[in-house]
Design a binder for this molecule. Structure first.
Ligand code: PMP
Length: 400
Protein backbone atom coordinates (compact mmCIF):
# COMPACT_ATOMS: atom_id res chain seq x y z
CA UNK A 1 0.00 0.00 0.00
CA UNK A 2 2.80 2.40 0.90
CA UNK A 3 4.65 1.79 -2.35
CA UNK A 4 1.50 2.18 -4.43
CA UNK A 5 0.53 5.34 -2.57
CA UNK A 6 3.99 6.87 -3.01
CA UNK A 7 3.69 6.50 -6.78
CA UNK A 8 0.39 8.42 -7.07
CA UNK A 9 0.08 10.50 -3.89
CA UNK A 10 2.85 13.02 -3.08
CA UNK A 11 4.60 11.77 0.06
CA UNK A 12 2.38 8.67 0.04
CA UNK A 13 0.24 9.89 2.90
CA UNK A 14 -0.37 13.20 4.62
CA UNK A 15 -1.53 14.76 7.88
CA UNK A 16 -1.32 12.83 11.12
CA UNK A 17 -0.48 9.60 9.32
CA UNK A 18 2.87 10.78 7.99
CA UNK A 19 5.78 8.51 8.96
CA UNK A 20 7.40 11.15 11.15
CA UNK A 21 4.48 11.16 13.59
CA UNK A 22 4.28 7.37 13.88
CA UNK A 23 6.69 4.58 14.71
CA UNK A 24 8.48 2.52 12.03
CA UNK A 25 6.05 -0.04 10.63
CA UNK A 26 2.98 1.62 12.15
CA UNK A 27 -0.30 0.88 10.38
CA UNK A 28 -1.22 3.76 8.07
CA UNK A 29 -3.91 2.13 5.93
CA UNK A 30 -7.06 0.50 7.23
CA UNK A 31 -9.47 -2.06 5.83
CA UNK A 32 -12.41 -2.29 8.24
CA UNK A 33 -13.93 -0.77 11.35
CA UNK A 34 -16.74 -1.92 13.61
CA UNK A 35 -17.74 -0.69 17.06
CA UNK A 36 -14.59 -0.23 19.14
CA UNK A 37 -12.46 -2.30 16.74
CA UNK A 38 -10.48 -1.49 13.62
CA UNK A 39 -8.49 -3.68 11.24
CA UNK A 40 -5.39 -2.49 9.39
CA UNK A 41 -4.65 -3.21 5.73
CA UNK A 42 -2.97 -6.50 6.75
CA UNK A 43 -6.10 -7.57 8.62
CA UNK A 44 -4.64 -7.10 12.13
CA UNK A 45 -7.30 -6.19 14.70
CA UNK A 46 -6.92 -3.30 17.17
CA UNK A 47 -9.02 -1.74 19.91
CA UNK A 48 -9.40 1.82 18.60
CA UNK A 49 -8.30 4.64 20.90
CA UNK A 50 -7.99 7.22 18.11
CA UNK A 51 -11.58 7.12 16.80
CA UNK A 52 -10.62 8.53 13.39
CA UNK A 53 -8.98 11.51 15.18
CA UNK A 54 -12.20 12.44 16.89
CA UNK A 55 -15.31 11.88 14.77
CA UNK A 56 -16.26 8.47 16.15
CA UNK A 57 -18.10 8.83 19.47
CA UNK A 58 -20.49 5.86 19.39
CA UNK A 59 -18.09 3.38 17.78
CA UNK A 60 -17.74 2.70 14.07
CA UNK A 61 -20.86 1.91 12.04
CA UNK A 62 -23.23 2.48 14.92
CA UNK A 63 -26.60 0.95 13.91
CA UNK A 64 -28.71 3.94 15.04
CA UNK A 65 -26.60 6.49 13.16
CA UNK A 66 -26.28 4.23 10.13
CA UNK A 67 -30.06 3.64 10.01
CA UNK A 68 -30.73 7.40 10.08
CA UNK A 69 -28.15 7.97 7.34
CA UNK A 70 -29.56 5.12 5.23
CA UNK A 71 -33.13 6.43 5.53
CA UNK A 72 -32.01 9.88 4.44
CA UNK A 73 -29.83 8.45 1.63
CA UNK A 74 -32.87 6.63 0.30
CA UNK A 75 -34.69 9.97 0.05
CA UNK A 76 -31.85 12.24 -1.11
CA UNK A 77 -28.36 13.37 -0.17
CA UNK A 78 -26.71 16.11 -2.25
CA UNK A 79 -29.55 17.97 -3.94
CA UNK A 80 -30.11 21.43 -5.40
CA UNK A 81 -30.47 22.71 -1.89
CA UNK A 82 -30.97 21.50 1.65
CA UNK A 83 -33.75 19.31 2.97
CA UNK A 84 -35.80 19.59 6.14
CA UNK A 85 -32.94 17.93 8.02
CA UNK A 86 -30.89 21.15 7.54
CA UNK A 87 -33.35 23.09 9.69
CA UNK A 88 -33.83 20.16 12.08
CA UNK A 89 -30.09 19.95 12.81
CA UNK A 90 -29.85 23.72 13.28
CA UNK A 91 -32.82 23.60 15.70
CA UNK A 92 -31.21 20.74 17.62
CA UNK A 93 -27.85 22.52 18.01
CA UNK A 94 -29.43 25.87 18.87
CA UNK A 95 -31.55 24.05 21.49
CA UNK A 96 -28.52 22.35 23.07
CA UNK A 97 -25.76 24.97 22.92
CA UNK A 98 -26.76 27.54 25.52
CA UNK A 99 -25.73 30.77 23.76
CA UNK A 100 -26.41 29.75 20.15
CA UNK A 101 -29.18 31.53 18.23
CA UNK A 102 -28.32 30.23 14.77
CA UNK A 103 -26.22 27.65 12.91
CA UNK A 104 -24.63 27.37 9.49
CA UNK A 105 -23.09 24.20 8.10
CA UNK A 106 -19.99 23.25 6.16
CA UNK A 107 -17.84 20.14 5.85
CA UNK A 108 -14.66 20.52 7.90
CA UNK A 109 -13.34 22.15 11.02
CA UNK A 110 -11.16 24.40 8.85
CA UNK A 111 -14.24 25.56 6.94
CA UNK A 112 -15.95 26.81 10.07
CA UNK A 113 -12.92 28.31 11.86
CA UNK A 114 -12.18 30.24 8.65
CA UNK A 115 -15.83 31.29 8.33
CA UNK A 116 -15.78 32.44 11.96
CA UNK A 117 -12.91 34.82 11.15
CA UNK A 118 -14.79 36.15 8.13
CA UNK A 119 -17.94 36.79 10.17
CA UNK A 120 -15.99 38.50 12.95
CA UNK A 121 -14.29 40.74 10.41
CA UNK A 122 -17.59 41.47 8.66
CA UNK A 123 -19.28 42.35 11.95
CA UNK A 124 -16.49 44.57 13.31
CA UNK A 125 -14.98 46.03 10.13
CA UNK A 126 -11.55 45.18 11.60
CA UNK A 127 -8.80 42.82 10.49
CA UNK A 128 -6.73 41.40 13.34
CA UNK A 129 -7.49 38.04 14.93
CA UNK A 130 -5.65 36.95 18.08
CA UNK A 131 -4.72 33.26 18.04
CA UNK A 132 -3.14 31.17 20.81
CA UNK A 133 0.35 30.14 19.76
CA UNK A 134 0.63 26.43 18.72
CA UNK A 135 -3.18 25.98 18.76
CA UNK A 136 -4.46 24.04 15.78
CA UNK A 137 -7.44 25.55 13.98
CA UNK A 138 -7.08 23.80 10.63
CA UNK A 139 -5.09 23.84 7.42
CA UNK A 140 -6.14 27.07 5.64
CA UNK A 141 -3.30 29.51 4.90
CA UNK A 142 -4.13 31.68 7.96
CA UNK A 143 -3.68 28.76 10.37
CA UNK A 144 -1.73 26.02 8.56
CA UNK A 145 0.90 24.58 10.92
CA UNK A 146 3.54 25.10 8.21
CA UNK A 147 4.51 28.27 6.33
CA UNK A 148 5.26 26.44 3.08
CA UNK A 149 2.88 27.55 0.37
CA UNK A 150 1.58 30.52 2.33
CA UNK A 151 2.51 34.19 1.97
CA UNK A 152 3.19 36.61 4.82
CA UNK A 153 -0.01 38.31 3.64
CA UNK A 154 -2.04 35.20 4.55
CA UNK A 155 -1.13 35.80 8.21
CA UNK A 156 -0.67 39.55 8.07
CA UNK A 157 -3.60 40.10 10.40
CA UNK A 158 -3.02 37.19 12.75
CA UNK A 159 -1.34 37.98 16.09
CA UNK A 160 -0.31 35.39 18.65
CA UNK A 161 -0.60 35.09 22.42
CA UNK A 162 0.22 32.35 24.93
CA UNK A 163 -2.75 30.31 26.14
CA UNK A 164 -3.59 31.02 29.81
CA UNK A 165 -1.29 34.08 29.84
CA UNK A 166 -3.27 37.32 30.22
CA UNK A 167 -0.15 39.48 29.85
CA UNK A 168 0.64 38.12 26.40
CA UNK A 169 -3.05 38.34 25.40
CA UNK A 170 -3.21 42.00 26.35
CA UNK A 171 0.13 42.73 24.69
CA UNK A 172 -1.11 41.17 21.43
CA UNK A 173 -4.31 43.21 21.65
CA UNK A 174 -2.41 46.42 22.44
CA UNK A 175 -0.07 45.89 19.49
CA UNK A 176 -3.13 45.95 17.21
CA UNK A 177 -5.09 48.55 19.05
CA UNK A 178 -8.28 49.59 17.26
CA UNK A 179 -8.05 46.68 14.82
CA UNK A 180 -8.94 43.55 16.84
CA UNK A 181 -11.85 41.69 15.22
CA UNK A 182 -11.69 38.50 17.29
CA UNK A 183 -9.90 36.21 19.69
CA UNK A 184 -10.05 32.51 18.74
CA UNK A 185 -9.13 29.77 21.18
CA UNK A 186 -9.96 26.20 22.16
CA UNK A 187 -11.89 25.53 25.42
CA UNK A 188 -8.71 24.10 26.92
CA UNK A 189 -5.19 24.01 25.51
CA UNK A 190 -4.61 20.86 23.43
CA UNK A 191 -1.93 21.41 20.79
CA UNK A 192 -0.55 18.13 19.41
CA UNK A 193 2.70 17.01 21.06
CA UNK A 194 2.27 19.31 24.09
CA UNK A 195 0.90 18.73 27.57
CA UNK A 196 -2.80 19.61 27.62
CA UNK A 197 -3.80 22.41 29.98
CA UNK A 198 -7.15 23.30 31.53
CA UNK A 199 -8.19 26.86 30.84
CA UNK A 200 -7.62 29.05 33.89
CA UNK A 201 -10.93 30.53 34.92
CA UNK A 202 -9.49 34.03 35.38
CA UNK A 203 -7.90 33.81 31.94
CA UNK A 204 -11.18 32.74 30.30
CA UNK A 205 -12.98 35.61 32.06
CA UNK A 206 -10.22 37.95 30.95
CA UNK A 207 -10.68 36.90 27.32
CA UNK A 208 -14.41 37.58 27.54
CA UNK A 209 -13.80 40.94 29.23
CA UNK A 210 -11.20 41.96 26.66
CA UNK A 211 -13.54 41.09 23.78
CA UNK A 212 -16.35 43.08 25.42
CA UNK A 213 -14.11 46.08 26.02
CA UNK A 214 -12.79 46.06 22.46
CA UNK A 215 -16.09 45.15 20.82
CA UNK A 216 -14.36 42.06 19.37
CA UNK A 217 -15.79 38.55 18.92
CA UNK A 218 -14.86 35.63 21.13
CA UNK A 219 -14.63 32.50 18.97
CA UNK A 220 -14.51 29.15 20.78
CA UNK A 221 -13.06 26.33 18.66
CA UNK A 222 -14.91 23.21 19.87
CA UNK A 223 -13.90 21.11 16.86
CA UNK A 224 -11.98 18.62 19.02
CA UNK A 225 -13.80 18.96 22.35
CA UNK A 226 -17.41 19.36 21.19
CA UNK A 227 -19.78 16.52 22.12
CA UNK A 228 -16.89 14.43 23.50
CA UNK A 229 -15.75 16.44 26.51
CA UNK A 230 -19.04 18.26 27.09
CA UNK A 231 -22.60 17.93 25.87
CA UNK A 232 -23.12 21.51 24.73
CA UNK A 233 -20.69 24.34 25.39
CA UNK A 234 -17.42 23.36 27.08
CA UNK A 235 -17.44 26.72 28.88
CA UNK A 236 -20.96 26.36 30.35
CA UNK A 237 -19.47 25.36 33.71
CA UNK A 238 -17.66 28.73 33.75
CA UNK A 239 -20.76 30.61 32.68
CA UNK A 240 -18.78 32.23 29.84
CA UNK A 241 -20.49 32.60 26.49
CA UNK A 242 -18.57 32.98 23.26
CA UNK A 243 -20.04 34.90 20.31
CA UNK A 244 -19.19 32.24 17.74
CA UNK A 245 -18.19 28.59 18.04
CA UNK A 246 -16.89 25.93 15.67
CA UNK A 247 -17.99 22.29 15.74
CA UNK A 248 -17.22 19.26 13.64
CA UNK A 249 -15.50 15.99 14.50
CA UNK A 250 -17.88 14.27 16.95
CA UNK A 251 -21.18 15.70 15.77
CA UNK A 252 -22.04 13.04 13.18
CA UNK A 253 -20.12 9.88 14.21
CA UNK A 254 -17.85 9.98 11.18
CA UNK A 255 -20.00 11.69 8.56
CA UNK A 256 -18.57 14.91 7.09
CA UNK A 257 -20.37 17.94 8.45
CA UNK A 258 -19.31 20.92 10.52
CA UNK A 259 -21.23 23.76 12.12
CA UNK A 260 -20.61 27.37 13.00
CA UNK A 261 -22.90 28.53 15.81
CA UNK A 262 -23.42 32.14 16.75
CA UNK A 263 -25.30 34.62 18.86
CA UNK A 264 -28.00 37.02 17.71
CA UNK A 265 -25.51 39.90 17.39
CA UNK A 266 -23.66 38.03 14.62
CA UNK A 267 -26.75 36.99 12.65
CA UNK A 268 -26.48 39.91 10.27
CA UNK A 269 -22.82 39.23 9.56
CA UNK A 270 -23.72 35.60 8.84
CA UNK A 271 -26.30 36.83 6.34
CA UNK A 272 -23.85 39.17 4.64
CA UNK A 273 -20.88 36.83 4.19
CA UNK A 274 -21.20 34.52 1.18
CA UNK A 275 -21.37 31.04 2.69
CA UNK A 276 -21.47 27.93 0.58
CA UNK A 277 -19.89 24.88 -0.93
CA UNK A 278 -21.20 22.24 -3.32
CA UNK A 279 -21.58 19.60 -0.63
CA UNK A 280 -22.35 21.88 2.31
CA UNK A 281 -26.08 21.15 2.33
CA UNK A 282 -25.79 17.37 1.79
CA UNK A 283 -28.53 15.74 3.83
CA UNK A 284 -27.06 12.35 4.80
CA UNK A 285 -24.34 13.71 7.12
CA UNK A 286 -26.96 15.97 8.72
CA UNK A 287 -29.27 13.03 9.36
CA UNK A 288 -26.29 11.21 10.87
CA UNK A 289 -25.60 14.28 13.04
CA UNK A 290 -29.16 14.46 14.37
CA UNK A 291 -29.05 10.73 15.21
CA UNK A 292 -25.55 10.97 16.72
CA UNK A 293 -26.34 13.93 18.98
CA UNK A 294 -29.76 12.58 20.01
CA UNK A 295 -28.18 9.25 20.93
CA UNK A 296 -25.49 11.02 22.96
CA UNK A 297 -28.22 12.92 24.79
CA UNK A 298 -30.40 9.86 25.45
CA UNK A 299 -27.52 7.63 26.55
CA UNK A 300 -25.54 10.27 28.48
CA UNK A 301 -22.66 9.31 26.20
CA UNK A 302 -20.37 12.13 27.32
CA UNK A 303 -20.46 10.80 30.91
CA UNK A 304 -19.77 7.27 29.63
CA UNK A 305 -16.74 8.46 27.65
CA UNK A 306 -15.41 10.35 30.67
CA UNK A 307 -15.81 7.30 32.94
CA UNK A 308 -14.20 4.92 30.44
CA UNK A 309 -11.37 7.36 29.79
CA UNK A 310 -10.80 7.76 33.53
CA UNK A 311 -10.46 3.99 33.95
CA UNK A 312 -7.86 3.90 31.18
CA UNK A 313 -5.95 6.91 32.52
CA UNK A 314 -5.96 5.60 36.11
CA UNK A 315 -4.87 2.17 34.89
CA UNK A 316 -1.98 3.53 32.84
CA UNK A 317 -0.85 5.87 35.63
CA UNK A 318 -0.83 2.94 38.08
CA UNK A 319 1.16 0.76 35.68
CA UNK A 320 3.73 3.48 35.08
CA UNK A 321 4.09 4.06 38.79
CA UNK A 322 4.61 0.40 39.58
CA UNK A 323 7.25 0.04 36.87
CA UNK A 324 8.93 3.29 37.97
CA UNK A 325 8.50 4.89 34.54
CA UNK A 326 7.92 8.62 34.73
CA UNK A 327 4.93 9.70 32.63
CA UNK A 328 2.57 12.65 32.47
CA UNK A 329 -1.01 12.11 31.40
CA UNK A 330 -2.92 15.28 30.60
CA UNK A 331 -6.27 16.39 29.27
CA UNK A 332 -9.87 15.45 29.97
CA UNK A 333 -10.27 11.67 30.36
CA UNK A 334 -12.23 11.42 27.08
CA UNK A 335 -9.21 12.80 25.19
CA UNK A 336 -6.09 11.87 27.18
CA UNK A 337 -2.47 12.42 26.13
CA UNK A 338 0.65 10.61 27.41
CA UNK A 339 4.18 11.95 27.63
CA UNK A 340 7.32 10.26 28.97
CA UNK A 341 9.76 12.36 30.99
CA UNK A 342 12.87 13.59 29.08
CA UNK A 343 11.62 12.08 25.86
CA UNK A 344 12.81 14.09 22.88
CA UNK A 345 11.47 13.27 19.42
CA UNK A 346 9.55 11.45 21.33
CA UNK A 347 11.52 8.21 21.06
CA UNK A 348 10.19 6.47 24.18
CA UNK A 349 6.52 7.32 23.48
CA UNK A 350 6.87 5.90 19.96
CA UNK A 351 8.54 2.74 21.25
CA UNK A 352 5.76 2.35 23.84
CA UNK A 353 3.00 2.98 21.26
CA UNK A 354 4.59 0.39 18.96
CA UNK A 355 4.60 -2.17 21.78
CA UNK A 356 0.95 -1.31 22.55
CA UNK A 357 0.05 -1.77 18.87
CA UNK A 358 1.81 -5.14 18.73
CA UNK A 359 -0.61 -6.17 21.48
CA UNK A 360 -3.66 -5.06 19.47
CA UNK A 361 -4.44 -1.54 20.66
CA UNK A 362 -4.13 1.51 18.43
CA UNK A 363 -3.19 4.84 20.01
CA UNK A 364 -0.85 7.65 19.06
CA UNK A 365 2.41 8.83 20.67
CA UNK A 366 2.30 12.50 19.59
CA UNK A 367 -1.40 13.37 19.74
CA UNK A 368 -4.20 13.03 22.28
CA UNK A 369 -6.36 9.93 21.99
CA UNK A 370 -10.15 9.85 21.66
CA UNK A 371 -12.41 7.63 23.77
CA UNK A 372 -15.74 6.37 22.41
CA UNK A 373 -18.84 4.98 24.10
CA UNK A 374 -18.24 1.68 22.27
CA UNK A 375 -15.40 0.66 24.61
CA UNK A 376 -16.81 -1.89 27.06
CA UNK A 377 -15.13 -3.44 30.12
CA UNK A 378 -13.47 -6.14 28.02
CA UNK A 379 -12.05 -3.57 25.60
CA UNK A 380 -10.67 -1.56 28.51
CA UNK A 381 -9.11 -4.74 29.94
CA UNK A 382 -7.50 -5.38 26.55
CA UNK A 383 -6.19 -1.82 26.49
CA UNK A 384 -4.71 -2.09 29.98
CA UNK A 385 -3.16 -5.53 29.26
CA UNK A 386 -1.51 -4.03 26.20
CA UNK A 387 -0.25 -0.91 27.97
CA UNK A 388 1.08 -3.00 30.88
CA UNK A 389 2.93 -5.25 28.43
CA UNK A 390 4.34 -2.21 26.67
CA UNK A 391 5.66 -0.73 29.95
CA UNK A 392 7.35 -4.10 30.64
CA UNK A 393 8.94 -3.96 27.19
CA UNK A 394 10.33 -0.49 27.94
CA UNK A 395 11.62 -1.65 31.31
CA UNK A 396 13.37 -4.71 29.89
CA UNK A 397 14.91 -2.62 27.17
CA UNK A 398 16.16 -0.17 29.76
CA UNK A 399 17.51 -2.92 32.05
CA UNK A 400 18.91 -4.86 29.12
N1 PMP B 1 -9.82 23.03 15.18
C1 PMP B 1 -9.41 22.06 16.02
C2 PMP B 1 -9.37 22.34 17.50
C3 PMP B 1 -9.04 20.81 15.54
O1 PMP B 1 -8.63 19.85 16.39
C4 PMP B 1 -9.11 20.57 14.14
C5 PMP B 1 -8.75 19.23 13.55
N2 PMP B 1 -7.88 18.47 14.26
C6 PMP B 1 -9.53 21.62 13.31
C7 PMP B 1 -9.89 22.83 13.86
C8 PMP B 1 -9.60 21.44 11.82
O2 PMP B 1 -10.58 20.52 11.48
P1 PMP B 1 -10.54 19.79 10.06
O3 PMP B 1 -9.37 18.85 10.10
O4 PMP B 1 -11.84 19.08 9.96
O5 PMP B 1 -10.39 20.85 9.03
Amino acid sequence: MRERAHRVIPGGIYGHNMDKFLWPGAPQFWSRAHGALIWDADGKEYVDLMCSWGPIVHGHNHPVVEAAAATQRHLMDTANGPGEIFVELAELLVGIVSYADWAVFAKSGTDVTTLALMLARAATGRRTVLVARRSFHGTAPWCNPRDTGTTPGDRAHIAYFEYNDPTSLHAAAAAHSGDVAAVILTPHSHPAAYTQEEVREDFARGVRRLCDTLGACLILDEVRTGFRVSFGSSWDHLGIRPDLSCWSKAIANGYPVSALLGTESLRDAARQVYIGGTFWTSAVPMAAAVACITLLQESDGVATMAATGQRIVDGIRGQAESTGIDIVMSGPPAMPYIEFRDDDDPTVAKRWAAAVAERGVYLNPTHNWFISTALDEQHVDRVLDATAGAFDTLLHRRLG
